[in-house]
Structure formats: C-alpha cells, structure tokens
Design a protein. Structure first.
Length: 164
C-alpha cells in the first residue's frame, strides 16, 4: 500500500483534518567520515511545502508533510511523517521518521535519504505557528561505500506555517 493510500484511510477515520503551508530556513550539515577522520560542511538554505494535520485523538495528531529543501547545490524533496503531541494549548512536540529524495545526487551518491526528526511548534493562533526541528540523517549517501566511509546529511529547520 502506498503512502497516499495510508493517508486516505487515516483521513477517512480521523476526527478532524487541517491542511497548510510552511516555509523557513534550513541550517544543514554534511558529515563525512573516511578511515577514522571526520569532516563537516555546513550550508544555509530554505524549505517550502505543504502539510496535513490529521487528528487521531485529543492527544495525538498525524502530520505528514511534503517539503522542497534547497541547500546550495543539494536539493531534495523531504517527506516527514510526524506524530504531534500537545504539551499545552500552544506548544506541541513533533517526532517521527523522514524520507528524502535527492534531486541532484551526483555520481557515487544515493538518491534516497532517510532519518529521524524531532522538534517543537508554537501556535500563535488557530492559523499561524512557528516551529524548530532537527533532522538527524541516518542514511549513508555514498553509493557502494567501503566500510568506514560515510556521508550523512542532517539539518536544523526553523520556520513559520499557516493552516488553510
């Protein structure tokens, strides 16, 4: 079953659904590991995209997203599948897996990325919110990498959103 099919089934059974748009800055880091040596490269980019909020219960909302993330020469479509838990009326905790499809993976690089995301969101009103999240890249993006060699992409996201 595809992700779309799962979203349709969850949406039919959900108590309430909201859709919205979001955008912000991405402070990305690419960590390189080779023969025991480590190096890190940091770049600042942006993200823009859409999300759905599907209320499963009073204490749990499923929040799938589709984001375009642009960082210098590295663009990807990010698909976070987040669980959203309210801490108070305004504050929410977000956690879940994230997939990434690298749009310009070069020779020797994989085009599929995956990781884990965690963060917080603050609702200014029913329509507007701000968020801060960290995406920990778990996938080794080097294609056919020998043991001890890896390239992993992570990012800190800060942005705003609007519920339609």
């Amino acid at each position: 079953m595809t992700i779309f099919g799962i979203l349709v089934i969850v949406n039919v059974n959900a108590q309430e659904s909201n859709f919205g748009l979001k955008a912000g800055a991405d402070f990305a880091s690419m960590k390189l590991k080779a023969e025991g040596d480590n190096a890190s490269v940091s770049e600042t980019g942006f993200y823009i995209g859409a999300f759905a909020e599907i209320a499963i219960s009073d204490s749990f909302t499923f929040q799938p997203e589709v984001l375009y993330v642009s960082i210098e020469d590295l663009d990807q479509i990010a698909i976070p599948l987040l669980a959203k838990f309210p801490v108070s009326e305004e504050f929410n905790v977000l956690v879940g897996p994230a997939l990434g499809i690298m749009l310009d993976a070069g020779d020797g690089m994989k085009s599929l990325n995956f990781g884990a995301e965690a963060g917080i969101a603050y609702d200014f009103s029913e329509d507007f919110f701000v968020e801060a999240r960290y995406n920990l890249g778990l996938a080794n993006l080097l294609d056919g990498a020998p043991s001890g060699y890896s390239v992993k992409l992570s990012g800190f996201f800060v942005g705003i959103g609007y519920r339609l």
